[in-house]
Design a protein around this ligand. Structure first.
Ligand code: ZN
Ligand code: MN
Length: 131
């Protein structure tokens, strides 16, 4: 297995999901295709792909790093109920305004925390004082 095929398999896993997995989850998925790949190889490739800008990295409050093959400018929402990480598009306005004013924006890492609609509804159902 050539180095580039492993790299390609890792990218493929991330292109096929919108769930923003962490390195361990990527490793589990890549192993379905390349059973003998090591966790270290997956970590190293993810780091390199992040550094080269081929992948978006997202550090969350709990100290974990998540990966995203979608490198377009977008923000993320992290649900504190179920842990789901969702994409928020159309929030590049701040960066656009800065660039318009002559700033050179390298990346935008906006992470919003709260409850997704499903978890917000569940919480409301459990606490009658909120309804
Ligand atoms: Zn949720
Ligand atoms: Mn994303």
């Amino acid at each position: 297995m050539r180095y580039s095929s492993r790299r390609e398999a890792i990218l493929e896993v991330l292109r096929n999901t919108k769930e923003h997995p962490d390195a361990d989850t990527v490793y589990e998925k890549v192993r379905e295709k390349i059973p003998n790949i090591s966790l270290g190889t997956v970590y190293r490739n993810l780091r390199e792909l992040g550094e080269s800008g081929e992948l978006n990295t997202l550090e969350t409050e709990d100290g974990s790093t998540h990966f995203d093959a979608d490198t377009s400018r977008h923000a993320h929402f992290v649900c504190k109920g179920c842990g789901k990480i969702g994409d928020l598009f159309g929030y590049g306005d701040v960066a656009d305004a800065l660039e318009h004013a002559g700033y050179k924006v390298e990346c935008v890492k906006t992470v919003v925390y709260g409850l997704c609609p499903e978890c917000a509804r569940k919480q409301k159902d459990c606490d009658p004082s909120l309804s």
